[in-house]
Ligand binder design. Structure first.
Ligand code: UDP
Ligand code: MG
Length: 335
């Protein structure tokens, strides 16, 4: 089993001298302009923390010059390497790929747009040294997000809190440090419809939040438009709750009871007052309403079936088109 093999390799590696303390995993999608400013702040922050580190950039099918910039950065700094996907697979999958590749005793996940300040990482490391295995950055507010997005996000988290199997700490996102043990737990979950925030909460482990201020995006704009956010929210709800699937039993039950009541009412009325033909609008409205209810429930069923289909196909989570790392390139140039 490849997964088992990986775990064995990882544990064997953790004894080797090469294991860095911290692996930084950074998903990159069209962030060329942000990479250098990020790196300029990252290295000093880690040096200050007094840890050895490596950084893994995952180029998620960027169509700007991000990959060229990453090549240049990796050539300058041997502790950096990059994976480049064959196409855009999404941030959640890019993070999974970074975790797969990370060798550190702990992994820090952060965005490449400088919304996650590298200066907070030493605090993460401090908490990790105190024994916490799941140290998450906790944003104070959503001031940097557009109003509408904050509002919908709020509704989504309320729904997930009420109906989901996991409880997400408020303000927690992808910016976090995970101990090797937590990383291996995440790696054992190969689901395709990934909702990382749910997975981080699902694995448990001793967790603590570190408050931080979210900066405005350094350059470019958010890659998550409305449709993408909706799909993401659906992935989240459906991966961590089967309530949308089950609720139709109860809706159906209530509607059937109502229909039964109506039947009794009409029967009694006919018996008492005779046949009364008008009622066309009631008929049309109820047919339309119940057809709607049925289509919605079928749609929800479809969403789950589509996700099952996706999992069952068992396709790889991502495809790496290229690996960029100093040693690799040296080998190639020797040939
Ligand atoms: N990202 C990615 N693949 C995508 C979309 C985004 O790797 O398909 C990366 C992006 O480069 C950034 C991080 O995920 O490093 C967060 O993206 P963004 O800043 O657009 O999201 P927001 O901060 O608005 O939630
Ligand atoms: Mg961002």
């Amino acid at each position: 089993m490849p997964r088992r093999k990986f775990l064995i390799e990882a544990s064997a590696m953790s004894d080797s001298v090469e294991t860095p303390d911290i692996s930084i995993v950074i998903p990159v999608f069209n962030e060329r302009a942000n990479l250098r400013p990020l790196v300029a702040r990252l290295a000093p922050a880690l040096t200050r923390a007094g840890v050895s580190f490596e950084a893994i950039f995952v180029d998620d099918g960027s169509h700007d010059d991000s990959l060229e910039e990453l090549r240049a950065l990796c050539a300058e700094e041997p502790r950096f390497r990059a994976l480049s996907f064959s196409r855009n697979f999404g941030k959640e999958v890019a993070i999974a790929a970074g975790l797969d590749d990370a060798r550190g005793r702990a992994v820090v996940i952060m965005d490449s747009d400088l919304q996650h300040p590298p200066e907070v990482i030493p605090q993460f490391i401090e908490r990790w040294r105190e024994g916490y295995k799941n140290v998450f950055g906790q944003r104070a507010d959503r001031a940097t997000d557009p109003k509408m997005r904050s509002f919908l996000t709020e509704i989504f988290y309320r729904l997930l809190e009420k109906f989901g199997d996991v409880s997400l700490p408020p303000g927690a996102g992808d910016f976090r440090l995970l101990d090797r043990q937590a990383v291996d737990a995440l790696l054992s979950m190969r689901e395709r419809a990934r909702f990382n925030k749910g997975l981080y909460a699902w694995i448990g482990f001793k967790s603590v939040g570190v408050p931080f201020e979210v900066d405005a995006r350094a350059s470019g704009e958010s890659k998550f438009n409305f449709t993408r956010l909706v799909r993401f929210a659906l992935d989240g709800l459906m991966s961590f709750s089967s309530i949308p699937l089950k609720v139709w039993t109860y809706v159906g039950l209530v509607i059937s009871c109502l229909a039964l009541g109506m039947a009794v009412y009409f029967w009694a009325r006919t018996m008492l007052f005779g046949v009364d033909t008008p009622g066309f609008p009631t008929l049309v409205v109820s047919i339309a309403f119940f057809s709607g209810v049925q289509l919605i429930s079928l749609g929800v069923l479809g969403e789950y079936v589509a996700r099952i289909f996706n999992e069952v196909k068992g396709r790889p989570l991502y495809l790496v088109a290229e690996r960029v790392e100093a040693n690799k390139r040296d080998e190639r140039s020797l040939k």
